[in-house]
Design a protein around this ligand. Structure first.
Ligand SMILES: Cc1cc2nc3c(=O)[nH]c(=O)nc-3n(C[C@H](O)[C@H](O)[C@H](O)COP(=O)(O)OP(=O)(O)OC[C@H]3O[C@@H](n4cnc5c(N)ncnc54)[C@H](O)[C@@H]3O)c2cc1C
Length: 534
């Protein structure tokens, strides 16, 4: 079978712009809006439909809304103390500040925040569907050109800087190109197609594209976040479970070991036991409030005719990888620039170690980070593009994509795509591999993933709509290799990185770990040891 590889010159649609934003979740929407406010021409390309795709769109999302004062200061200290020594006070302060500015801006522009009992708008929570629809409308009103169903497959390089991107239209298989003065990567994290809520477009594409340009990643060992969900659903929303008690199959309570609830549940599931939840906490008024506020959590129960307040139901843990994990692209300054000129990162595409260290960024930091990093990166990208003047659109570009796009040997038929995805999932999703980690298992995963990677780089490519799947498989494999390389290097337990062979936190390892490289993965520990916070 003669499968064509990805050629820059064969694009059916070529657009020239100042700023290209890849990804249309909250981070991408804020970036696009911010760049447009600087007067830049902005194109936003999303893999799905900007407004409904990404991890925020199907959820309610808690955000930091903390005006300057004692409450904000206390939250900064609380977060620092939870971060296992890897967060940064200055970044926490500036993100909380910028999130507040952004949320006020939303309110001032008509976003319908609810009111609290005193009649004040309550700005610390955004309803995903409303929020993302609102951001789409704002971006369009600001002149942003949105390209829905336009996944990017590779970045362009010209004259020592990033110069745009190319992708495919999955339905038609047509190729598209955008030549741009600067690019913001806001493609979200990687959840390895685990079917966790809203995460199936999050396959690490931005990590791979940026790494091909030479950007390194940070905190990838903190990628073992799992969301609790009713076993028959993908709904990994946490709020409803605050009203639940947990039981084993024989009706006895989930054993109390002094560990986190997720760890206790994971232990039972790994041992082959079933764990059940029953929402028997709270009162009928609170239950009704929950039903009204979180309708998509209850729909799956209605479908099977189960009342979760009266009847126990089995639960499971679904991988959220780096979505509610931490790791991502290294940013090098306040503007969220990467080390590659013309390339910026926002939201889950970027590492969130500055805010959360070794623990999950769900529950406010991530949503606030999407607002702040989107705003800063969009503005900086617009300024960078402006500094190039007219030459931005006329540069001779080169596509940087390799694995999954331009195999080194004779391309193989498309079935390798499914095989590669399954092989990566086997090394990333199971609790006994990734939730609880050990040196021996990490070594095995690394060996297996190196073999998968060799096959992908040598042979994998997809035709038409399979071009996206092939590239997603490559991005997932690359992400998994960076995760295991950094997890191997961190010989201790810290935050969500739980090693069964090194169960304690080692103060000497209070430093960040960076990974880079495509075929040969390189791991570097930061030279400076960060201050351990009690
Ligand atoms: C169930 C759940 C509940 C959560 N609750 C909270 C909470 O309460 N508080 C909190 O702070 N955080 C929460 N989070 C985390 C939060 O949702 C994410 O941190 C946030 O969505 C990140 O925004 P983002 O724009 O970076 O990524 P996303 O929202 O994931 O958006 C990424 C976008 O990039 C697009 N994309 C991907 N690849 C490509 C490509 N190759 N080309 C073009 N486009 C691409 C996707 O289609 C998507 O639209 C929750 C997450 C989940 C899963």
């Amino acid at each position: 079978m003669n499968i064509k590889t990805f050629q820059v010159s064969t694009a059916q649609s070529v657009i020239t712009t100042d700023v290209l934003v890849l990804g249309g979740g909250p981070a991408g929407s804020w970036a696009a809006l911010s760049a447009a406010k600087q007067g830049a021409r902005v194109v936003l390309a999303d893999k799905g439909y900007c407004g409904t795709s990404g991890a925020t769109a199907p959820s309610n999302t808690g955000t930091w809304y903390l005006p300057k004062g004692a409450e904000r200061d206390a939250e900064v200290e609380r977060r620092l103390s939870r971060s296992s020594g890897l967060a940064d006070r200055r970044w926490l302060q500036r993100v909380i500040e910028q999130a507040q500015i952004g949320l006020d801006d939303l309110g001032n522009n008509g976003y319908p925040f609810p009111f609290d009992e005193q009649g004040n708008p309550y700005r610390a929570n955004l309803r995903g569907p409303d929020y993302m629809r609102f951001m789409r409308q704002r971006a369009i009103a600001a002149g942003v050109r949105i390209l829905d169903h336009h996944p990017a497959l590779e970045l362009f390089w010209a004259d020592g800087a990033i110069a745009g991107a190319a992708g495919i239209h999955p339905r038609t298989g047509n190729r598209w190109e955008v030549r741009a003065g600067a690019v913001v990567l806001a493609t979200g994290g990687c959840a390895f197609l685990s079917h966790a809520l809203g995460c199936d477009g999050n396959t690490g594409d931005g990590y791979l594209m940026a790494a091909e340009a030479g950007v390194r990643l940070s905190g990838m060992e903190f990628s073992s976040q799992y969301g609790l969900s009713p076993a028959h659903t993908s709904v990994t929303k946490g709020l409803t479970f605050t009203f639940a008690s947990f039981y084993l199959e024989d009706g006895s309570p989930l054993p109390e070991t002094g560990e986190d609830r997720a760890v206790r549940i994971a232990r039972q599931l790994v041992a082959g036991e079933k764990v059940y939840a029953l929402m028997n906490r709270g009162n009928p008024i609170e239950h009704e409030w929950l039903r009204q506020g979180q309708p998509n959590c209850f729909l799956p129960f209605e479908r099977i005719g189960l009342d979760p307040f009266q009847q126990p139901f089995p639960v499971t843990l679904r991988s959220e990888g780096t979505v509610r994990g931490v790791g991502g692209l290294e940013i090098i300054n306040n503007d969220c620039a990467t080390k590659v000129p013309g390339l910026y990162a926002a939201g889950d595409a970027a590492s969130r170690e500055n805010l959360t260290g070794a623990v999950s960024g769900g529950g406010s930091p991530n949503a606030s980070w999407a607002i702040a990093s989107g705003t800063w990166s969009g503005r900086a990208a617009a300024l960078f593009a402006a500094s190039l003047g007219d030459k931005a659109g006329t540069r001779l570009v080169r596509g940087l994509g390799q694995a999954g796009l331009r195999p080194r040997k004779q391309p193989l038929e498309d079935e390798l795509i499914s095989e590669a995805i399954s092989a990566v999932q086997a090394e990333t999703l199971p609790l006994d591999v990734n939730f609880f980690r050990s040196g021996a298992r990490i070594a095995l995963s690394r060996q297996r993933l190196d073999a998968v990677w060799a096959d992908i780089s040598d042979y994998l490519v997809g035709e038409g709509r399979n071009a996206l799947r092939a590239r997603e498989a490559a991005a997932m494999a690359a992400t998994a290799r960076w995760i295991w390389a950094s997890a191997d290097a961190r010989k201790e337990s810290r935050g969500m990185h739980r090693r069964t062979d090194f169960t304690k936190t080692d103060v000497q390892q209070t430093r960040r770990i960076f990974t880079s490289g495509i075929d040969d993965v390189v791991v570097v520990a930061a030279e400076n040891q960060l201050q351990e916070v009690a």
